[in-house]
Design a protein. Structure first.
Length: 198
């Protein structure tokens, strides 16, 4: 039986979201070194030297059917500038999470993330017929929480003492979702955010 969701490439004006491949390693190592993102203790971004192992880990989860990992390609440079995934895949219930996402510092707060999420959500709701898409982040990661809320996701709650972080601290996880009934409004807003004058 083939994995759900099947491999797909999603193309927009600013980004292309492509199946992750070991060949993206050099670009992603460079991206991870932009801003020393791996030093953020409350999130999980690989150090540049650990990028090949992280790619291998994500591809192994793909073989198990729990993740579909992507590289995020900046169209103007044709370089991978980050990673994202469909994860915690629940095929029988047509639910998944968009997560394990990170971008190099120099492209953060640009149209790339908005367009990437628009492409992934469009595919999830309109091609895969998902009933809901989740987003999760550390409760103290306010930058991530504001970005998720800006997408139009609604808070579902806080999972208390949800995970043990690499540094031994306990993570409370903020959970958000967009449901199929929310999608038309969310899509209209994301489209407007991309098209509005800057």
């Amino acid at each position: 039986m083939s994995a759900w969701p099947p491999d797909v490439t999603l193309t927009g004006s600013h980004v292309e979201v492509v199946p992750l491949d070991p060949g993206h390693g050099a670009d992603l190592a460079e991206a991870a070194s932009d801003g020393d993102l791996h030093r953020l203790w409350y999130t999980t971004i690989p150090a540049p030297a650990d990028v090949p192992a992280e790619i291998a880990r994500r591809l192994e989860l793909r073989t198990k059917g729990s993740m579909l990992p992507f590289a995020i390609i900046q169209r103007t440079t044709q370089k991978a500038v980050g990673m994202t995934t469909y994860m915690n895949i629940d095929a029988p219930n047509r639910r998944l999470e968009i997560g394990s996402t990170w971008y190099r510092a120099s492209v953060q707060r640009s149209p790339l993330n908005t367009e990437c999420k628009l492409l992934m959500l469009t595919h999830a709701f309109e091609d895969l017929a998902c009933i809901a898409v989740e987003f999760r982040t550390h409760v103290i990661n306010l930058q991530s929480r504001r970005a998720i809320e800006r997408l139009g996701a609604k808070p579902d709650g806080i999972l208390r003492a949800h995970m043990i972080m690499a540094n031994g601290t306990i993570r409370d996880t903020a959970v958000y979702s967009i449901t199929a009934s929310d999608w038309p409004t969310v899509k209209a807003n994301l489209t407007w955010l991309l098209e509005k004058p800057r």
